[in-house]
Design a protein around this ligand. Structure first.
Ligand code: ATP
Ligand code: MG
Length: 320
C-alpha cells in the first residue's frame, strides 16, 4: 500500500497528534511505501514568524524521528521541498466547487466566530488534496478531525477523473478507534489552537502540573463512578496496559478514591510511555545536520513520485 500523511509545524506535538496520527505513521511504515511530510505550506496560514516556522519544522522532524519514524523505511520530508504539489494544487482548484469548500470546518468555524479568514485557509482542503493525490496514496492515517478533508480529496479526484479520464487514485482515511479524538485538559478535542494540550516532549514538571488541571466533576470521593465517558479515564487508558486499565476501571466503579490518584497514575504512565523517545530525541537534537540530510533525501524520493503524477495530470487535462 502507498501511505501518506502530513502534520503541521504550528507548535510542538501533543498527545492527540501522537495517539491519533503519529503512532499510525510508525506502525504503517512497515511493509508499505510511506510518505510523511511536515506541512510547512499549511502552517503558513497561522505561523507568521519566519524564525519560528523554521524552528518548528526542525522540531517536528526531531519529534517524529525520536518517536520512531525510520528514514530507512519511510520518506520524511518538508512539504515545501516538493514544488510539484503547488502545481497540482492549481489543477485541483479549477475543479473545486466553492460550496464544497465553504462547508469545510476549519474555514466555517473561523467564519462563524467572526474571525478573519484568508483564502489560504479557505482553499486548505485543496492543497491537502494535492498532497495526497501527488503520491497515488491509498491510505491516509489521520485523527477524526481530518476525515472530512479526505472526503473532499476524493470528491476533487473523482471530478477530475470524470472530466479528464482516470488520473488520480482515490484515497481512504484511516483512524484508530480509541484515539481518533483525544480529549484535552478541558475535555474538548486536544488541539494546538485551543491551548488545552500536553506536549509529547513537555518538561516533566510542567506536564504533571497540567495533568493536575484536567477538569473533573465535583462528586464526592465515596461515590461510585462510571469510567466510560470520563475523559481523564480515557487518557489513562491510552497509556496504561490492559491490566492496569481494568484495575482502574474497577476502582471507578467501586468509589472511595479521588481523581488526584488517577491523575498521578496518568502522569506516571505517560512519563514511562515516552521515556525512551525522550532519550532518543536528546541524542538527535545534537545532530541537526543529520536531520537536514534525512529531509533532503526524503524530498528527492517524494519528488520522483510527485512529478510522475503531475505529468499524468497535466497530460490528461491538455496542458502537455
Ligand atoms: P492545529 O490546531 O494547528 O490544527 P492540531 O493539533 O489539530 O493543530 P494538526 O497538525 O492539524 O494538529 O494535525 C496533525 C494530525 O494529528 C492530524 O492527523 C490530526 O487529525 C491529528 N490530531 C490532531 N489533534 C488530535 C486529537 N486531539 N486526537 C486525535 N488526533 C488528532
Ligand atoms: Mg488541526
Amino acid at each position: 500500500m502507498r501511505v501518506l500523511s502530513g502534520i503541521q509545524p504550528t507548535g510542538r506535538f501533543h498527545w492527540g497528534n501522537y495517539l491519533g496520527a503519529i503512532r499510525q505513521y510508525i506502525d504503517l511504515q512497515h511493509g508499505n511505501e510511506a510518505y510523511y511530510f511536515i506541512a510547512d505550506l499549511h502552517a503558513l496560514t497561522t505561523v507568521r514568524e519566519p524564525a519560528r516556522l523554521r524552528q518548528n519544522t526542525l522540531d517536528a522532524a526531531l519529534d517524529l524521528l525520536a518517536l520512531g519514524l525510520d528514514p530507512e523505511k519511510a520518506n520524511l520530508f518538508r512539504q515545501s521541498d516538493v514544488p510539484e504539489i503547488s502545481e497540482l494544487y492549481w489543477l485541483l482548484t479549477t475543479v473545486a466547487p466553492m460550496g464544497l469548500l465553504e462547508r469545510c470546518v476549519a474555514y466555517k468555524d473561523k467564519k462563524e466566530k467572526g474571525l478573519p479568514a484568508d483564502a489560504g485557509l479557505f482553499t486548505y482542503p485543496v492543497l491537502m488534496s494535492a498532497d495526497i493525490l501527488a503520491y497515488d496514496s491509498e491510505v491516509v492515517p489521520v485523527g477524526a478531525d481530518q476525515v472530512q478533508h479526505i472526503e473532499v480529496c476524493r470528491d476533487l479526484a473523482g471530478s477530475f477523473n470524470a472530466l479528464f479520464g482516470p488520473t488520480f487514485v482515490l484515497p481512504k482515511a484511516k483512524t484508530l478507534e480509541a484515539s481518533a479524538k483525544v480529549p484535552g485538559l478541558d475535555g474538548e478535542k486536544m488541539s494546538k489552537s485551543y491551548d488545552n494540550t500536553i506536549e509529547v516532549f513537555e518538561d516533566l514538571k510542567s506536564a504533571r502540573k497540567k495533568i493536575m488541571r484536567i477538569t473533573t466533576d465535583a462528586r464526592p470521593m465515596e461515590e461510585p463512578k462510571e469510567p466510560e465517558g470520563d475523559h481523564l479515564f480515557q487518557l489513562y487508558s491510552l497509556f496504561a496496559g490492559p491490566a492496569d486499565r481494568e484495575a482502574m476501571a474497577a476502582k471507578y466503579r467501586q468509589g472511595g478514591f479521588g481523581y488526584g490518584e488517577v491523575k498521578k497514575a496518568l502522569a506516571d504512565a505517560a512519563e514511562a510511555y515516552f521515556a525512551e523517545a525522550r532519550a532518543r530525541r536528546a541524542e538527535l537534537a545534537a545532530r541537526p545536520d543529520r536531520v537536514n540530510e534525512i529531509l533532503a533525501d526524503g524530498a528527492s524520493r517524494a519528488r520522483l513520485k510527485a512529478s510522475e503524477v503531475l505529468k499524468r495530470a497535466q497530460h490528461n487535462c491538455g496542458l502537455k
